[in-house]
Design a protein around this ligand. Structure first.
Ligand code: C5P
Length: 218
């Protein structure tokens, strides 16, 4: 059992978080939610009263905030300047502003460096995001790109967050568009990623499939 890095990318609501956490637990590995890091910076930007579209001011906040994140799959947490913000980063304010903040190249540079540090300190780790296989960990042992129909993704997210399904669908469509069309590290399939459409699969089936893919690799 040597080093093992699994990269899980895909759009919002594709099942990345649940699948990645379950897989990490099953592998006795760490788990890194890079979306939570972009959300935490966004929370700090809003707390500072900064306009998320003001790139220069956003970069200043990002450089000053003391961001920390837990990597145990069964006990996730994130904090900014020592304040736990697990609930706050899932709220509508942060969700509405995170795509603008994550489009700023200097913010990405900062977080990608931090993510690489966390990955190299871990023996085994499952990392989820939008640019893991393409940018953060191009040498990952397994790269997966999870997708699902827009309907399935909206339904999963609205169940998870207890939000209205139509509002959720509109929010997902908006974030998908922003995340896929930004110039800095857009959401994309790494050319060597295994693409898995999870529309008709449940969590257990997806996790089992990923474990099969890993068998013989590591
Ligand atoms: O995965 P989650 O929905 O929590 O991600 C929140 C936002 O963070 C995404 O919509 C995207 O703008 C940004 N993000 C990113 N790169 C990553 C992970 C998340 O740009 N690796």
């Amino acid at each position: 059992t040597g080093r093992c890095v699994v990269a899980v990318d895909g759009p919002s609501g594709s099942g990345k978080s649940t699948v990645s956490r379950r897989l990490a637990s099953a592998l006795d590995a760490r788990y890194l939610d890079t979306g939570a890091m972009y959300r935490a910076i966004t929370w700090a930007v809003l707390r500072a009263g900064v306009d998320p579209k003001d790139a220069e001011a956003v970069v200043k906040v990002a450089g000053e905030v003391d961001l920390a994140i837990g990597v145990e799959p069964d006990a996730t947490w994130v904090s900014a300047d020592g304040v736990g913000i697990d609930q706050e980063i899932r709220g509508p304010e942060v969700t509405g502003a995170v795509s603008a903040v994550s489009a700023v190249p200097a913010v990405r540079e900062l977080l990608v460096a931090m993510q690489r540090g966390i990955i190299s300190a871990a023996e085994r780790i499952v990392v989820e995001g939008r640019d893991i296989g393409s940018v953060v960990a191009p040498d990952a042992d397994l790269k997966v790109y999870l997708t699902a129909s827009a309907d399935a993704r909206a339904q999963r997210r609205s169940a998870e967050y207890a939000t209205d399904v139509n509002t959720t669908a509109a929010d997902l469509a908006r974030r998908d568009r922003l995340d896929s069309t930004r110039s800095a590290d857009p959401l994309q399939q790494a050319s060597d990623a295994v693409v898995l459409d999870t529309t008709a699969m449940n969590i257990e089936q997806v996790v089992a499939r990923l474990r099969d893919l890993l068998d013989g690799k590591v």
